[in-house]
Design a protein around this ligand. Structure first.
Ligand SMILES: C[S@@+](CC[C@H](N)C(=O)[O-])C[C@H]1O[C@@H](n2cnc3c(N)ncnc32)[C@H](O)[C@@H]1O
Length: 247
């Protein structure tokens, strides 16, 4: 039996301009908004007067269980998830939790602008050719697995997008990734780093594999790093990976 509905809503990387019209509509139609505090705060203006439950990082399973329980009771629930909910977000966990529920609520996954797309746009056009996306967070994935994927992506000359360059309590993840990539790519390989894209604190760095050692310390939990392939270059402050067109 299908009962209520829970929408997992991608809120984009930061401020309301990055929120899609569909995401805005789902938030406005909801009876209850649930999410990590930062993301609930980001959509505060759109959900004024609505019931909202925000919680701390690490409470992901609890948030999904609450969303499913409330949906089963007949509420329209919006579970907010930063960026795109299907990219290191809440969509997978919600579907797992909903799948175990009796009865099963209806679930809709509403995509959002992922940090990689927003950061790439700010840097220029670094993702014009094949790219690999790797999260450096070793909270849920063993570091050995992450290392294996870094070796594979760097040896295949992919542009590499690094999410979660800094884990809680682990500040050396990015340095470890850089060392592996330097086994395959030249020191002058173009690198772009973006912190807080779409937010007031937005900041970007145009650098190289060699020089990124100078700015790596600035990477935090809201930073994304894009490491170019062997053809990527900086042109007047813009990071470009050529697709192969003749000029
Ligand atoms: C758990 S992942 C969530 C990703 C999110 N679902 C998405 O699609 O962008 C968190 C990581 O995304 C990246 N991120 C999220 N928002 C960002 C922003 N506004 N600017 C730069 N990076 C961001 C950071 O690497 C951060 O550590």
């Amino acid at each position: 039996m299908i009962t209520g509905k829970v929408s997992v809503v991608g809120t984009g990387p930061g401020s309301p301009p990055y929120l899609t019209a569909r995401a805005e509509q789902a938030l406005k139609e909801s009876d209850l908004v649930i999410g990590y505090r930062l993301y609930v705060n980001q959509v505060a203006a759109l959900i004024e007067g609505k019931e909202a439950v925000s919680s701390a990082m690490g409470k992901e399973v609890e948030r999904c269980r609450l969303a499913v329980a409330e949906a089963v009771q007949g509420k329209k629930v919006a579970l907010v998830s930063g960026g795109d909910p299907g990219i290191y977000g809440m969509a997978g966990l919600l579907l797992q939790v909903a799948g175990e529920s009796v009865p099963v609520p209806e679930v809709e996954v509403i995509p959002g602008v992922t940090a990689a797309g927003a950061a790439a746009a700010l840097l220029g056009a670094p993702l014009m050719h094949d790219f690999a996306v790797i999260s450096l967070s070793d909270l849920l994935t063993p570091w050995e697995v992450i290392e294996k994927r870094l070796h594979a992506a760097a040896s295949a000359d992919f542009v590499i997008v690094l999410y979660n360059p800094r884990s809680r309590g682990r500040t050396n993840l990015l340095a470890g990734a850089r060392a592996i990539i330097l086994e395959y790519q030249k020191e002058e390989t173009a690198v772009g780093m973006v912190r807080g894209v779409g937010r007031d604190e937005e900041k970007k760095w145009a650098t190289t594999l060699e020089d990124m050692a100078d700015c790596m310390e600035e990477a935090d939990m809201s930073t994304l790093v894009i490491i170019g392939n062997s053809h990527t270059y900086w042109e007047k402050g813009r990071m470009i990976t050529p697709r192969g067109y003749e000029l």
